[in-house]
Design a protein around this ligand. Sequence first.
Ligand code: SAH
Length: 373
Amino acid sequence: MIAGQAKKTNLLGLDQAGLERFFADLGEKPYRARQVLQWIHQRGVTDFALMTDLSRKLRERLEAVAEIVPPRVIREQLSEDGTVKWLLSEEGGSAVETVFIPEVSRGTLCISSQVGCMLNCTFCSTATQGFKRNLSAAEIVGQVWHAVNALADERFGQKRVTNVVFMGMGEPMLNLPAVTAALSLLRNDLAYGLASRRVTISTAGVVPGIDQLATGDEFALAVSLHAPDDELRSRLVPLNRKYPVAKLMAACKRFVDARPRRSITFEYTMIAGVNDGRAQAKGLVRLLNGLPCKINLIPFNPFPGTPFEPSDPETIYEFQKITRASGIITTVRKTRGEDIDAACGQLVGKLLSPSERRLLVQQQLARQALEAA
Ligand code: SAH
């Protein structure tokens, strides 16, 4: 940026209301926002000169005060099973990962909301990287923009993004202003036009966030539960000390009450000998009794330095039998993109040298020990 020149607004992160305000400030009519939304998100255009239904004068003005800057690709990996993982460069030298998982009838994009994470879940590799910063709305939407445009290419067989899940790096509920703007664009028919059940926000249990998002744009909610009681959950998800299980469940109940016909998905990472016993399965059934919900069991994904191991398939099956017998739909997440480490935080981890990674794991364990003290 040249000294004295104002920073240009990246229009990628403005939802319809934001873009309408932006045009109002330029003395332009609100319908300009609708035109520009379609150019950016539906036609993938980043050059104002190509926006032919805007007057030349307006295009020149936009060039002077605004820009459309998607993230840059640092690395792209394609798995044998069709999963694609991108490491994307964000402002200030940060990097985040975005994963596309193709299935027969849908294509799910897993996006990040923060660089790193501050929650320190003991079984999550992102935690070993510490927290750097929140992503801006432009950086969150930029991941979707990039994937939609890249996947339209022949070499990916012109795949479509039909679902978006906030299950990459970071805690979306701790970055609500940016996540809310991104959500609005994902849902808007002039942008990505995804139906509410096709956009999932996954949270480790930030109660005020769940309450705040209970009204407003509709989306599917996933809650990372991982344990049915406070003692175990606090060990796995330290945030549980702030928002214990009873408070979290009360917020979940408020969420489904505010949205009739809604159900919540509870994610449960299966860790061998830690949270995968019959007692925990029964505890889960008691806890979720009466709440419209589903359970998604996720076999733990190991990463360098972790003391945990995944539960074996029989244990997962036994666990699933118990929750299913109580009438709760319970699925087991298929591991995808194993050959490219497409699970939480692993590509960024690979950029670090083994000694750097060990150091980060040690730092994480030290932080947890301090918190537990
Ligand atoms: N912070 C949010 C979203 C990011 S994590 C949340 O906690 O929900 C997305 C999901 O992956 C969460 O359910 C998380 O607990 C789970 N996860 C993290 N690390 C994992 C690992 N190593 N193996 C399996 N699941 C993991």
